[in-house]
Ligand binder design. Sequence first.
Ligand code: PA5
Length: 447
Amino acid sequence: MKTILLNIEKALGKITREQVYEQKVNAEAANAKLHKGTGEGNDFLGWLNLPSSIAEAELADIEATAAKLRAKCDVIVAIGIGGSYLGTKAVVEALNNSFEWLQTKRKNPVLVYAGHNIGEDYLYELSELLEGKQFGLINISKSGTTTEPALAFRILKKQLEDTIGKAEAKERIVAITDAKKGALRALADQEGYKTFIIPDNVGGRFSVLTPVGLLPIAIAGINIRELVEGAVFMEKTTADSVPFEKNIAAIYAAMRNELYKNGKKIEILANFHPKLHYIAEWWKQLYGESEGKNNKGIFPASVDLTTDLHSMGQWIQEGERTIFETVISVENADKTVLVPSDEANLDGLNFLAGKRVDEVNKMAELGTQLAHVDGGVPNIKITLPQVSPYYIGQLFYFFEKACGISGYMLGVNPFNQPGVEAYKKNMFALLNKPGYEKESAAIQSRL
Ligand code: PA5
């Protein structure tokens, strides 16, 4: 098996290799802090050894539950927000057919999402879509008190129970939540739902390799063992015993911190494979929530290329020079489409006849890299041998490990998210939630 590769050559220039490698001591110390549990947020380090410690019984239980739901349902609604849905969506979009929904002979139930917004039209249309369909619900919330998924679950649970009765509905609902505390745990215990546990010491954005991600991913027909296997490989190759020079998570963390110190405040994660769009969404949560605090942190942005070269491309090429780019490059496309020859050749594309579309894409990628570097945008490249569960498993763990190291190098606690509470407090005050009387009065006076 191959491994994902990190190439920082085209990010060097103003920042030298020596400068990056001078960060060896800091990066290794940050990695050691993670492994020894001596840094801030050390009660949330359960993700570190998660891949290698997943029990066979847990995997088998996830697969059996997935098989049961797959047999009963045509549509599964995965309810969750942030870390409770982004990892799943990233894997499913990357690996399943782009047009799964429209396939007449589908192998897998369709996975749709709810609880990641409060859009009334979205919920109305989802509920309309579910009418007359055999559907099931996975309610995923570590805290169990997040408003968005709780609201969606309340509405969809009622629809399911009204349609097939409470007893059968119970067979099609799974709750993934805390072992003991929280509203969802209480509800699941009361109703007798099948449950899976999110370990106490694993935060939402680091939870894709727990049942949070593994159950819906298995339902979508994807091999979760290969995903875990890839992550196990990366767990080993980024351990604190691996020297900086060989540790791609440490090098990536050091490189981005050097760039940040040199005025590069925005990192753009770019892909040339539209199916990787949600990998970037998952990555944005991971880095944004982990590093954006104490008035510090690289702003994580993303683009899908070549699509966005026709929109954001102008800004990237010639806008304010505060950005650097990290490209996820895929070595081999899975399928083959050849450019046909055309007698009239009115579009002038006959020079491409017989070539794979991926070859054209690769030249667009190379051309873009050179253009952006010429335009003053340092370019980090992460090469994925193939878009497969195994390599996505590697990629997930690589980004998680690098995020932990990078956060400690930056001097923040990468494992809390105090800022997420601010909007909730205001929303509850505006909605006159019991217990928020003082905040309600204060906020009303500001309107
Ligand atoms: O990173 C985090 O922990 C959060 O952003 C959560 O992912 C998000 O708020 C969802 O939380 P929960 O699973 O508790 O509903």
